[in-house]
Design a protein around this ligand. Structure first.
Ligand code: WT7
Length: 629
């Protein structure tokens, strides 16, 4: 990746075409942004009025620092807005999803069919004794079935907690346990590169002795009759036997919608809690105006529902707009690197949303793959998950966008729930810079004391006022929630991202300021990997850092001190990697492991990862201490 000095000097600007501007919902970013700051609450109230409420809110915002409540007193149901509203408006037979798997299977589901499936699952859940406020974990592949389970939870006020199906038993157990899930939905397997990855055995180990898990509901994909032999509830039978309509529960705007676990610097993953009304309004509106969605658009977000990107931009925000979108299971380059482009051609995708790490992978395969396909349907390209380096930006723009499309680089986090900084389609973009704050969003770049920094200086990105889709708390750990708002003086929300803005106010994100590692757009906590390593009998101590990597952004490098009696060896490295894979999953496996005698520590015994990192990058410790705490 380019170095910071080079990045800071980017001046190049790309202007959208007349066609893009003509079509865009919003043509005048600057004025609307200024206006939105004058009346934040009025702005969001107007957006909220585009959606259905059983009872209108009494108050748009109640801000009791650092706790926010949005659309207070309002009653709604997000699934009513995602499904019933469209079915009633003549879209019963419109496609909601086109599901595609690695083997060429194609399943089309209309809004009417999705509503019925969701209702049946919701009724089935009720028959199992699940009720409003209960937590349900979802450990399923990227599929319409998993999405329908999420929506069924929301339909009846059950709080879902989706766990990425690529996580292994330790990671799954931590999440199921922390949420005290009363039931877990799973599937017999998930596809990856032509293989069926078994989910059942992982789940069984993960929930061993967790007595509060009363039911496991299994989607037996190949109808092998596994459910009864395991004592699980069979998903298809549950659906078949349930009533086809379930009225949407009229929930309060601030009733919890879901928990999604994400990594921080310390401790176990945080259960980020999102509630209904504000999350619904902001995911709906950002989908609408940032992806510039119109009635006949076909949208495709290549993320997995196991991450926030999937929650907000495969499921809730996208369905709320009533468009057709793709749900794709499996690897991007399997059976060949033309897979994704063939879908864009076949389904005439208009708006495509992916991550820089995927773009860099396709760069490696070469232009010959996308060039075989007709990508002329594309209008808008999105990027998310990590900074998009200018080289990848240009490749994406030229080879996928064919020079005609705009690129919206969207910066946000699990915690923010929806896009916060981006360049909307009608506004000129600068490659490598996310761009401008979204409407009503007030950001700043500050030092550790909260002092605003001048342009072209690197500091911490903070958000100065509450926004509708912000996290409301960390599940069971309010002190961790409060830390977001009190770690920097000035009552601001600390994103823990390093950023800088230029003279024109374009914001560039440079990466995490904390010890969180961003591997291929996946957020991994150093602590979690270290704990998994230390859990192995040979390991006395471990420290992990993120090391820059051409394709993945960062990879994990581990420094390990062995216990007495253990010798460094290639075989032991393999064992340690296997151990982390089994505990946390493939994405958390350190690509490099080295054995050391000692680790740099503070007087109080805290491992100084930044020293390890500075050494790794060949920097002096001083160089890096300006970047990291
Ligand atoms: C972190 C949040 C929210 C989407 C998926 C990741 C990094 C996210 C961008 C972007 C530069 C980005 C940040 C952020 N990030 N989008 N467009 N440019 N960096 O969600 O797992 O909660 O991770 O991803 O470092 O803090 P997440």
């Amino acid at each position: 990746m380019e170095n910071i000095e080079v990045l800071l000097k980017i001046k190049e600007k790309y202007y959208p075409s007349e066609d893009i501007i003509k079509k865009a919902w919003i043509k005048d970013y600057e004025n609307l942004y200024k206006e939105s700051l004058q009346d934040r609450e009025g702005f969001w109230a107007k957006v909220a009025e585009e959606l259905h409420w059983f009872k209108k809110w009494d108050k748009v915002l109640e801000w009791n620092f650092p706790y926010a409540r949005w659309f207070v007193g309002g009653k709604t149901n997000i699934t009513y807005n995602c499904l019933d509203r469209h079915v009633q408006n003549g879209k019963r037979n419109k496609l909601a999803y086109i599901y595609l798997d690695e083997e060429g299977r194609e399943v089309k589901v209309t809004y009417g069919e999705l509503l019925e499936l969701v209702c049946r699952i919701a009724n089935g859940m009720k028959s199992l004794g699940l009720k409003k406020g209960d937590r349900v974990s979802i450990y399923m592949p990227n599929s319409v079935e998993a999405i329908a389970v999420m929506l069924a939870c929301a339909r009846i006020g059950v709080i879902h907690s989706v766990v990425f199906a690529g996580f292994s038993e330790g990671a799954l157990r931590t999440r199921v346990k922390d949420a005290r899930a009363k039931a877990v939905f799973t599937a017999s397997y998930t596809q990856r590169r032509g293989k069926k990855i078994d989910l059942i055995s992982v789940l069984e180990k993960a929930i061993e002795n967790l007595d509060f898990v009363e039911k496991v509901i299994l989607w037996d994909r190949d109808k092998e009759g596994i459910s009864s032999s395991k004592g699980f509830v069979d998903f298809e039978e549950l659906v078949k036997e349930a009533d086809s309509f379930c009225k949407a529960e009229e929930v309060n705007s601030e009733d919890p919608l879901f928990i999604l676990y994400t990594s921080g610097t310390t401790g176990k993953p945080k259960g980020v809690l999102h509630t209904t009304g504000g999350y619904m309004v902001q995911t709906y509106y950002t989908s609408k105006v940032i992806f510039d969605l119109h009635e006949d658009d076909v949208f495709w977000c290549s993320a997995d529902i196991g991450w926030i990107t999937g929650h907000s931009y495969i499921v809730y925000g996208i369905l709320a707009n009533g468009v057709t979108s793709l749900v794709v299971e499996g690897a991007p380059d399997y059976p060949d690197p033309g897979r994704w482009w063939s879908y864009i051609e076949k389904f005439r995708v208009n708006v495509f949303y992916t991550a820089p790490t995927a773009i860099r992978m396709f760069m490696k395969y070469g232009e010959k793959w996308p060039s075989k396909y007709d990508l002329s349907s594309l209008r808008i390209l999105g990027s998310v998950g990590e900074p998009i380096n200018p080289e990848a930006w240009h490749w994406y723009h030229k080879n996928i966008g064919r020079g005609r499309c705009v690129i919206v680089d969207t910066w946000w986090q699990t915690e923010t729930g929806a896009h916060m900084v981006t360049t909307i389609p009608s506004y000129p973009a600068k490659p490598g810079k996310a761009g401008k704050p979204f409407f009503t969003v007030e950001v700043d770049i500050v030092d550790k004391e909260g002092k605003s920094l001048p342009p072209n200086t690197v500091g911490l990105l903070v958000i100065k006022s509450p926004w509708p889709s912000m996290l409301r708390t960390c599940w069971g750990e309010p002190e961790r929630y409060e830390k977001y708002w009190n770690s920097i003086p000035g009552k601001v929300y600390n994103t823990d991202d390093l950023a800088s803005y230029d003279e024109e106010g374009y914001i560039m994100i440079l990466g995490r300021a904390d010890d969180v590692i961003n591997v291929a757009g996946h957020r991994i906590g150093t602590m979690e990997v270290e704990s998994a390593l230390v859990d192995h009998p040979a390991v006395a101590e471990a420290a992990v850092i993120g090391k820059p990597h051409e394709l993945k952004g960062e990879i994990i490098k581990a420094f390990v001190i062995l216990k007495e009696g253990y010798q460094p060896s290639e075989d032991l490295i393999r064992q340690l990697k296997d151990h982390v894979r089994k505990e946390l999953g493939p994405i958390a496996v350190p690509e490099e492991i080295v054995f050391v005698e000692k680790l740099p520590k503070t007087r109080s015994g805290k491992i100084m990862r930044r020293i390890l990192k500075a050494k790794e990058l060949g920097l002096s410790i001083g160089d890096i201490s300006t970047l990291e705490d």
